[in-house]
Design a protein around this ligand. Structure first.
Ligand SMILES: C[S@@+](CC[C@H](N)C(=O)[O-])C[C@H]1O[C@@H](n2cnc3c(N)ncnc32)[C@H](O)[C@@H]1O
Length: 235
C-alpha cells in the first residue's frame, strides 16, 4: 500500500461522532502540544495544521487563533469540517498536497503538524520544509512533532510491530533534529523539546511483559517521552 492508501484506510471507518469523541478525550500528546502552541497566541494569530487528519489538535487549540486545516485525504477534511460545525468552532479547510499548497506566500504566523514528517526521506522533508516556510510570515514559527525514536521503548515497539507486520501506519524514518532540512530552508531551530512521557509505555501495550520490564527499567534509566517537537523560526 502507498502512504496515501494507508492514511485513507486508517480513517475509513471514522465518523463525525468519533472525531467529537477524540476531541472530548484527546491523546496525551495532543493536550501537551496544544499547551505548547497556545503560548504563541497573539492578536489575530493565523495558524495552519498541515496533515491534520481528523483535526483534533486544531479543534483543541484556543478559539482565538484564526485556524486553517489542510490534508490530502478528502474524508479527513470532510469529517473535521463537520465536527467543527457541530462543536460551533470556526476554521478554514483545504484538501491539498502539502508539497504544493494552494496558498499565497507569507500567510501564516504558525505552521504545525504531528505525525507527518517522519514518513518522508530527507529530500522530501526539505521540500516540505521549504513549502511550509513559503507560507509562513517572516519571523513566523513552525512546530514539527514526530515520534522520538531515540527513546528505546518507542523504538522497540516500532521495530517489533514492523517485524510482526502489525504496524498500522506508514514506515518511519529515524530523525533527530532535522538540521540539514532546516538549514536548507532559510529556517532556524530554536528548540528541540520532548513531550508525552506519560504515553510512552502505551506503545508496548501489545506485549504486556515487555511493557512491565521497561516500566521497571524506567525507574533507573528514565527514558525520554514519546514525542519530539521542533520549534523552528523563519528568518
Ligand atoms: C498521523 S496523521 C496526522 C494525525 C494528527 N496529527 C493527529 O494528531 O491526529 C498524518 C496525516 O498526514 C496526511 N498527509 C500525508 N501526506 C500528506 C501530503 N503530502 N499532503 C497533505 N497531507 C498529507 C495524511 O493524509 C494524514 O491524515
Amino acid at each position: 500500500m502507498t502512504q496515501e492508501e494507508i492514511w485513507i484506510n486508517h480513517i475509513k471507518n471514522s465518523t463525525v461522532d468519533s472525531v467529537i469523541n477524540y476531541y472530548n478525550k484527546p491523546a496525551i500528546f495532543q493536550n501537551e502540544l496544544v499547551e505548547l502552541i497556545n503560548q504563541e497566541l497573539g492578536n489575530n494569530t493565523k495558524i495552519i495544521e498541515v496533515g491534520c487528519e481528523l483535526g483534533v489538535t486544531s479543534l483543541l487549540l484556543s478559539d482565538y487563533f484564526e485556524k486553517t486545516l489542510l490534508d490530502l485525504n478528502p474524508l479527513a477534511i470532510e469529517l473535521t469540517e463537520q465536527a467543527h460545525v457541530k462543536l460551533n468552532k470556526k476554521a478554514d479547510f483545504i484538501v491539498a498536497d502539502m508539497f504544493d499548497m494552494p496558498i499565497e506566500n507569507k500567510q501564516f504566523d504558525i505552521v504545525f503538524n504531528a505525525g507527518v514528517i517522519e514518513h518522508f526521506n530527507e529530500t522530501e522533508r526539505t521540500k516540505a520544509f521549504r513549502e511550509y516556510a513559503r507560507i509562513l510570515k517572516d519571523g513566523g514559527v513552525m512546530f514539527i512533532a514526530f515520534p522520538n525514536h531515540y527513546s528505546l521503548p518507542y523504538r522497540l515497539a516500532y521495530k517489533i510491530r514492523k517485524l510482526l507486520k502489525k504496524w498500522p501506519y506508514p514506515d518511519e524514518y529515524k530523525i533527530y533534529e532535522l538540521k540539514n532540512e532546516i538549514n536548507n530552508s532559510n529556517l532556524i531551530l530554536e528548540k528541540r523539546l520532548i513531550l508525552s512521557k506519560k504515553s510512552l509505555m502505551r506503545w508496548l501495550n501489545f506485549l504486556p511483559p515487555l511493557k512491565w520490564f521497561f516500566q521497571f527499567l524506567d525507574i533507573f534509566y528514565k527514558y525520554e517521552g514519546y514525542l519530539t517537537v521542533l520549534k523552528i523560526r523563519k528568518k
